[in-house]
Design a protein. Structure first.
Length: 230
């Protein structure tokens, strides 16, 4: 894994992107990008508590195709966002409370031997996001029969990384990142083995955390892993 290349990439890109304009345009250069759901006009959809600005923020923080490593540019899940909380809350329960928007995108290699799936939930405020992350952290650390905590540097304001005890998912690892009003998750599968999955998760999570931080600072997310080798 070219971690050194990542540092260079971030240095060249910079954490201080251009200020977002009032329309919150995303910096996505992907032809697969689209925003779906929500209402038109205004910054929020009153019915159901969805937020159009939140959906635009979700779309902006998710990495578009051009920011991914060259080997991971096959789109598995098109980049999209919705101005509402996810219709189904996965474990842990309660993580959709006070959520106003969400988004997803996924990529894989040519042979599908490695894949990265990104998800982000935007909350009404930082406190709501902190509560959702606390639920995730508790779930991971207390669900030892299914999950195992993975050591590594903290990403964002706080994070928890974990692998799976099920043999079928031995090469899959996941990280949940808290930053401001966002809770982002990144799931990485690498059939080369858990060690390779862990290395790739670490470097891609750093880029993802930087994009989340840029969004909380009202900057256009620009952090990229385009020059990283996986």
């Amino acid at each position: 894994m070219g971690v050194g290349v990542l540092v260079l990439s971030l240095a060249l890109t910079g954490c201080g992107g251009k200020k977002k304009n009032k329309k919150h345009k995303s910096g996505s250069g992907s032809s697969h990008s689209r925003t779906i759901g929500g209402a038109t006009g205004g910054g929020s959809a009153a019915k159901g508590g969805g937020s159009l600005s939140g959906a635009q923020d979700a779309k902006a923080v998710l990495p578009p195709t051009g920011t991914m490593p060259a080997a991971l540019r096959n789109v598995g899940t098109e980049l999209h966002s919705r101005a509402k909380a996810p219709s189904v809350c996965k474990d842990p329960g309660g993580t959709c409370k006070n959520a106003v928007a969400n988004g997803q995108v996924g990529y894989h290699t040519d042979d599908k031997g490695e894949g990265a799936s990104y998800d982000v939930i935007v909350y009404r405020n930082d406190r709501a996001a902190q509560r959702a992350f606390a639920a995730w952290d508790s779930y991971v650390r207390n669900n030892k029969h299914e999950l195992k905590v993975v050591d590594g540097p903290t990403q964002g304001a706080d994070s928890v990384a974990f692998g799976f005890t099920r043999p079928a998912e031995k090469n899959t690892q996941e990280i949940v990142i808290l930053q401001g009003k966002f809770v982002g998750t990144l799931k990485l599968r690498d059939n080369s083995g858990p060690a390779e999955a862990g290395k790739d998760l670490s470097v891609l999570a750093e880029v993802y955390a930087t994009r989340l931080l840029q969004a909380t600072q009202d900057e256009a997310p620009t952090a990229t892993a385009a020059n990283v080798k996986v």
